[in-house]
Write a protein that binds this ligand. Sequence first.
Ligand code: LFR
Length: 491
Amino acid sequence: MTILAYDLGAGSGRAIVGRLTDYQIVTQEIHRFANEPVKVGQHLYWDILRLYYELQQGLVTAKQERIIPESIGIDSWAVDFGLIGRSGELLGNPYHYRDPHTTGMMEELMAELTAERIFEATGIQFLSFNTLYQLAAMRRDDSSMLKEAQRLLMIPDLLRYFMTGEMINEFTNATTTQLYNTRQHEWDRKLLSHIGIPSSWFGKPVQPGTAAGRLRSSLMEELGLPAIPVTAVAEHDTASAVVAVPALSDTFAYLSCGTWSLMGTEVTEPVINEQALKLNFTNEGGAYGTYRLLKNIMGLWIFQEYKRECERDGHYASYADWLSGAEQAPPFQSFIDPDDPVFLHAGDMAKRIADYCRRSHQPVPQSRGAVARCIFESLVLKYRYVLELTEQLSGQAFDGLHMVGGGIQNRLLCQWTANAIERPVWAGPAEGSAIGNLAVQWIAQGTFRDIREARAVIRDSFPVDVYEPQEGDMWQQAYQRFCRYIEVPVQ
Ligand code: LFR
């Protein structure tokens, strides 16, 4: 059965066709496109109509290759949303979660409602850009969109709505809003009323694997396609990525590695207690009754931004050259906490890293290789820190780490991760989110019995690179030093 997965990341999107041949998954990328946010004045937006155009292009290309998928699923990043007006039209462009309009909003709501109350209800980590704070910021700014809105759809809900004409909220993404009450299994009316948002904007979230309409007739006519069914998959990309972790046992640690690094473990009940709140862990909804006990780590974003700035200034180098530059720079000179809020917004990474080093009385990295080394080392040492916290919180012990996502193409990062955590890293698959998206569709069709079977097939279909830890002592000493610079927990 041939199916189609759209996976949208913060930097690019892709349309991937999946087939099963001899009980192996074969994927084919039929369309890849840039996802370039647009800044207008002080605000940063997603170019949502362009993204929808690219989704259509995926179908056009598929058709040209004589592929008519039997099901379609969409996953993307979380927390962002579009608002729909009375006649079903999109009201304005969705804000990008890196838009600075939420600055200070989280602190304000924590003071009014208390962090305990918010966490107790939602189990979600405090990130300044959660939907809760975005909506509160729009309310504070008297956004005219809020006056007109009738429905709120998360990014994949919205694109799926464009495709099918049906407005349906999906569960995994709904939980990331920090507005969904994980104990009562419904949108949290008290939180919503506190920020002046009607609960009628939200539909009861459907579980991953639910049938969610068919291509709308205008699209069928335009593209000359039949009424292809659309499935609500685990539409939060991290949820899809974790579906694709080729783990052998039920207890495993993962790192979904892309623009963000999401590290944690899968649990069957949210872990909502004082310690989880203090360490700012989250319990995002997953597929098939699971939750992701994890922590967001700033990920490759800082490097991607730094590289973009260098390119803007005329310095172009291949990814391989960047990695060898980092490798040749002297080790363990300076560390940053990648999760310091100064690194959240776009721009000026070189200056922010230099300022961070000066402030913390460390040498300022001078060469591009030294900056890249500082970023990568700090990132992998942060992985160790978060892995140990995950063990403490979950009461589990991990004998290695599964890494999935595009970031695993950075072999230096994988090796240094193994060194820093002193355990093996199992890297693969790189297209984790798209494969998890396909897997949920196959489970929905009855092709796979359940997630266990899906993970077994994924394990057989995609290579996993093993990185054994090296240079033990050096990394342990570096870790002791690094720990001086890490974030102070929220509380
Ligand atoms: C990863 C991701 C993270 C989420 C961040 C912002 O792509 O979905 O899980 O915290 O993007 O939405």
